[in-house]
Write a protein that binds this ligand. Structure first.
Ligand code: FMN
Length: 195
C-alpha cells in the first residue's frame, strides 16, 4: 500500500487547535464522522497492545449532561475561588461543539507497564483524533481544563481510583479558523548523531 506523503505532511502541518468560541454552534456534525474519529483513535499504538484508553462521547443532548455535570461540580468545589465566568464557560462550551469526547485512561489492573506509557498511548490516540478532524475540515482541541484533575469527577466517566481523566477532546464546525502557531527551529529541538 502506498500513501501520498505530500498530503500526509500537509495534514500534519495544517493540524490546529480550534477552540469552542471559534465553532459554529448551529452546525451539527454527522455521527458517522464522529464514529470515524473515535475509531481512528483506537488504532493508536500502546505498549503490549494494552489499548488503555476509554472514550466517553457526548453528542446531542449528551453534551448538556456533561455541561451541567462539570459546571455544578466546579460550583460545589471551588469555594471562595468561584468565578462566574468559569462556571458559565463550563456550562456553555460543550454546546458550542458538535461533540465532546472525554479522554480516559483505564489503568491495566496488572500494572504491567509504567503509568507513563499508558498516558503516552492515550496521547497517541488523541493525536489520531486531531488528524482525523483536520482531514474532515473540522476543528478540535484537547483541553485539560474544567474537572479534568478532580478525583470526584471520575465516577461520572466510569473511572476507578487507579484510572485517570486526561481531559476532553472538543470537535466543532469551524466558523473562525486558527492561525498556525510558530514552531521552534528544528535545530533547537533535534540533535543529530552522525558518527
Ligand atoms: C495535553 C494537552 C493539554 C492541552 N490543554 C489545553 C487547555 O486546557 N486549554 C487550551 O486552550 N489548550 C490546551 N491544549 C492545546 C494547546 O494549547 C495547543 O496544542 C498549543 O497551543 C499548540 O497549538 P496547536 O495545537 O494549534 O498547534 C492542550 C494540548 C495538549 C497536548
Amino acid at each position: 500500500m502506498t500513501y501520498d506523503i505530500e498530503q500526509i505532511n500537509t495534514l500534519i502541518k495544517s493540524r490546529r487547535s480550534t477552540f469552542p468560541k471559534q465553532y459554529n454552534p448551529d452546525a451539527p456534525i454527522d455521527e458517522s464522522i464522529i464514529r470515524q474519529v473515535v475509531e481512528n483513535a483506537t488504532y493508536a499504538p500502546s505498549h503490549g497492545n494494552l489499548q488503555p484508553w476509554k472514550f466517553v462521547v457526548f453528542i446531542g443532548e449528551g453534551r448538556s449532561k456533561l455541561a451541567r455535570f462539570q459546571a455544578e461540580l466546579y460550583k460545589n468545589e471551588s469555594g471562595e475561588n468561584f468565578k462566574p465566568a468559569t462556571y458559565d464557560g463550563l456550562l456553555a462550551n460543550p454546546l458550542k461543539a458538535g461533540c465532546v469526547v472525554a479522554l480516559c485512561l483505564k489503568r491495566d489492573p496488572n500494572k504491567k507497564f509504567p503509568e507513563m506509557e499508558e498516558i503516552a498511548a492515550v496521547a497517541c490516540a488523541v493525536q489520531n483524533m486531531y488528524l482525523t478532524v483536520t482531514a474532515y475540515g473540522l476543528g478540535g482541541y484537547w483541553t485539560t481544563g474544567g474537572v479534568t484533575y478532580k478525583e470526584s469527577a471520575k465516577e461520572f466517566f466510569g473511572l476507578d481510583a487507579d484510572d485517570k481523566l486526561m481531559g476532553f477532546f472538543y470537535i466543532g464546525t469551524i466558523a473562525v479558523a486558527s492561525p498556525a502557531k510558530e514552531r521552534a527551529a528544528m535545530q533547537d529541538k533535534v540533535e543529530w548523531v552522525l558518527a
